[in-house]
Design a protein around this ligand. Structure first.
Ligand SMILES: [Zn+2]
Length: 474
């Protein structure tokens, strides 16, 4: 009989046991503090009618969505996450991340629990939007195709992107949300969408179908953020939601963000995978343990051999992007730090990239030190006095710096690569994490798995965090 391996969390790299139970399928909420996205609005350039722009993506939990995804630990604010997701998921046609962020910065979320911001892109033609995405998608897919060698069997190289973008008349969508509210979701009813002509989909309130992501009559079902959108439109609880409802019913235009189409994220001018797309694929293949955590990830060494071929062809800024992504991942947990270091140690034997690597490590660790410094001085509390609740920014920044410190130590150990740290700040970070752990063990955040704290952080007592599943998560 084959022994079933112990399930390993693909996010932090530690065993599943000990994780909170409410982290979703394959622990996808591990080391993720929030998810956020944007709802994209426009008016038809001929008729002036208000529209939503959605993406089609068939998943187990639905078939259409806003532009939305998980926040990373280095992101300090859900607006940053929303801007990055909007840039990536629309393949750059809504503008680059900085421009989108400038348009939504400071905006109140339309929902109190799910972070959804509004991005109005002014007057547009539906067909042009749909075609523009389609063209970008073709470019992206052909670039990703070349990463097949790095991809685990049965998975799509480069990961999932939206199948298509399409538009929905906002007035009809709002009417469907009201109708849904009257039915109070009976029989699993939701606002499903049905394809009409020229990239326009029409809403219909109906029950769940048997196929994944589909409604009873074959329409697209909403994914969770789109379910939330229907609720907040029917009964707005925030000023932003009230504005959105007014946009739907009266076509009142919000201040538009005029998108300057950016490059397709992830590909070079020659249509090849850039440093970030290469890194996303390599990191996924090095960590993905399957839906039950019992699968085998590719080894960091074999991936390094395959990636070396790509890196030799990339320009220095792209090589830096590659390392930047790995270093960010290394700062997710000491286990990921180990993995990243062994990958990089093998890589530098094959490609002459040590100066670029050291530059990137110095910069990222320097930024992390600054973030810790800023977070701790904002608290005015280096000694660890208790303010009654966890300050997530200082906990996150300190935790990330400690993971970064184990990454640097590993790099020196396995790769002989020099990188300097500021020991005083690392020590402050350690003290802060330890004192937070001892003071808040009953309210320990679910996103920070005890496994990542017990094994490598030495002085934190394992018992402090045991048998604690963290706060409930919606
Ligand atoms: Zn985990």
């Amino acid at each position: 009989m084959t022994e079933v391996p112990e399930p390993i969390c693909y996010r932090c790299g530690y065993p599943w046991s000990g994780h909170a139970e409410n982290l979703g399928p394959y622990n996808k909420w591990c080391l993720r503090r929030w998810a956020a996205g944007v709802v994209v609005l426009f008016t038809d350039s001929v008729t002036g009618d208000p529209f939503f722009l959605f993406g089609k993506e068939k998943r187990l939990d639905g078939g259409y969505n806003a532009f939305w995804g998980f926040g990373e630990l280095h992101e300090k604010d859900p607006h940053q996450t929303a801007a990055r997701e909007a840039c990536e998921e629309a393949l750059g046609m809504l503008g680059n991340q900085q421009e989108i962020l400038a348009s939504i910065e400071g905006q109140e979320s339309a929902d109190a629990e799910v972070f959804l911001f509004l991005l109005s892109i002014g007057a547009q033609q539906v067909a042009a939007l749909v075609d523009r995405y389609h063209e970008r998608r073709q470019l992206w897919i052909s670039a990703a195709e070349s990463l097949k060698l790095l991809t685990q069997p049965g998975l799509r190289p480069g990961g999932d992107i939206m199948d298509a973008l399409f538009a929905v008349p906002a007035q009809e969508f709002l009417a469907a949300c009201w109708q849904l509210q009257d039915r109070r979701g009976k029989g699993g009813a939701a606002v499903s969408l049905h394809s009409m002509n020229g990239g326009v989909f029409m809403p219909k309130v109906e029950a769940k179908g048997s196929k994944k992501g589909a409604s009873a009559s074959g329409g697209l079902r909403p994914r969770p953020p789109a379910v939330c959108l229907a609720k907040l439109l029917a009964r707005p609880q925030t000023d932003t939601a009230v504005k959105l409802q007014r946009f739907c019913s009266k076509g009142l235009v919000l201040p538009p963000h005029v998108p300057k189409a950016a490059c397709v994220p992830g590909i070079t001018r020659d249509g090849l995978p850039d440093g970030s797309m290469l890194a996303v694929q390599a990191i996924f293949s090095a960590t993905w343990t399957g839906p039950r955590g019992t699968g085998l990830a590719c080894t960091a060494e074999s991936l390094a051999d395959a990636c070396a071929t790509f890196l030799r062809r990339l320009e220095p800024p792209d090589v830096k992007l590659y390392f930047a992504a790995w270093i960010e991942r290394a700062m997710d947990s000491p286990q990921q730090a180990k993995l990243a270091a062994s990958h990089i140690a093998r890589l530098v034997q094959r490609v002459p990239v040590v100066p670029l690597l050291q530059e990137q490590v110095t910069q990222t660790i320097g930024d992390a030190c600054q973030r810790v410094d800023a977070a701790l001085s904002a608290r005015g509390d280096v000694s660890g006095a208790d303010h009654g609740k966890i300050d997530h920014e200082s906990l996150t920044s300190c935790y990330q710096l400690l993971s970064g410190a184990s990454f640097v130590n590993e790099l020196v150990k396995v790769g002989g690569i020099n990188a300097s740290m500021q020991p005083a700040i690392v020590e402050k970070a350690r003290q802060h994490v330890e004192s937070t752990a001892s003071r808040h063990r009953l309210a320990w955040p679910a996103w920070l798995p005890p496994g990542a704290m017990q094994q490598e952080f030495g002085r934190i007592s394992a018992r402090k965090l045991e048998n604690n599943s963290g706060p409930a998560r919606a």
